[in-house]
Design a protein around this ligand. Structure first.
Ligand code: G4P
Length: 283
């Protein structure tokens, strides 16, 4: 499958992020726990050089717990602070404050030595589209916070969300561009719903998902769609799904595009259960 996507505002987003990064101490980078590498743009490592880094494995409720743990370990070994979160329910968010202080400890100590006391850590949220940045900011900031705007000399035009006395968050997240020169990454991003369905071949994408499920989650297919043999050709499985779910065209023949859409929706909404598409060190 060949996915091409060249959004025009990419350069603008990058420039505005570069500017914002100068104002902050820490980058809170959201990745999708179901495909944590595919859903990040490694450019952030260059952009965020010298800043403290926290990775949030967001949508961890949709990914398999065993792999959430493995990914947490994987990123830790690379030197990141990592927390599993579910921004929709708020799970995991309580841990963030303490980890942020720990991640910025050196910086805070340096401040203290220079006589700067109690300056809050400033952070920005970053991630590719649809990874959950707005949901996270809303849940994390909640209602209790106050917005502080336009501080003279420091952050003209910027809005900061004061979370508590030791943490402030830039209220506009940094948008990172997904990188999908690698077709495997393109497929994973399409499955997650990062790339708009309309610009790709949904039927082909459904077949890719079926292949992935066959390999790692054969029971899911059997349970949800009454497939008797998860080893059959993916195209056959899709036909089975169409038949079991009554996806039929007017004349009674199978409506495969409808079955494909149903399968993709079931996956994206978690109806197939907790599924991790990408596992560490699998290439
Ligand atoms: P963005 O700002 O990074 O573009 O992402 P946004 O917050 O808009 O979230 C994209 C979708 O992901 C939303 O669903 C949101 O509810 C969902 N989401 C965000 N975080 C989590 C999470 O931790 N777990 C789960 N299960 N879902 C999450 P939507 O269907 O587009 O909108 P809505 O129907 O929820 O309003």
């Amino acid at each position: 499958m060949n996915i091409q996507w060249y959004p025009g505002h990419m350069t603008k987003a990058r420039r505005s992020m570069q500017e914002d990064i100068r104002l902050i101490d820490l980058i809170v980078e959201l990745v999708d726990a179901r495909a944590p590498l595919a859903s990040r743009n490694p450019d952030i490592d260059q952009l965020g050089k010298g800043k403290a880094r926290l990775i949030l494995l967001n949508k961890s409720d949709l990914a398999q717990e065993q792999w959430n743990i493995a990914w947490t370990e994987w990123f830790r070994k690379k030197g990141f602070y990592v927390i599993e979160v579910d921004s929709r329910s708020g799970a995991g968010l309580k841990k963030i404050n303490a980890v942020v202080q720990e991640a910025c400890r050196e910086k805070l100590e340096r401040d203290r030595r220079r006589g700067i006391m109690n300056r809050p850590v400033r952070a920005m949220v970053a991630g590719i589209p649809n990874v959950g940045k707005s949901t996270f900011i809303n849940s994390f900031a909640g209602k209790a916070c106050t917005k502080t705007g336009n501080r003279p000399g420091v952050t003209k035009g910027k809005q900061w969300i004061r979370l508590n006395k030791s943490l402030e968050l830039l209220d506009t997240p940094g948008i990172l561009w997904p990188k999908f020169e690698d077709p495997r990454v393109g497929i994973l991003l399409a499955l997650l719903g990062t790339i708009n369905d309309e610009i790709l071949d949904r039927d082909e994408l459904a077949l890719e998902l079926l292949k992935l499920l066959q390999n790692r989650y054969p029971r899911v297919l059997e349970k949800r769609y009454e497939i008797t043999d998860a080893g059959m050709e993916p195209a056959k499985i899709l036909e089975n799904i169409a038949a079991v779910r009554g996806c039929l065209m007017k004349g009674g023949s199978l409506d495969l595009p409808k079955a494909a859409r149903l399968l993709l929706d079931d996956f994206r909404s978690g109806k197939l259960g907790r599924i991790t598409l990408e596992i560490p060190d699998e290439k």
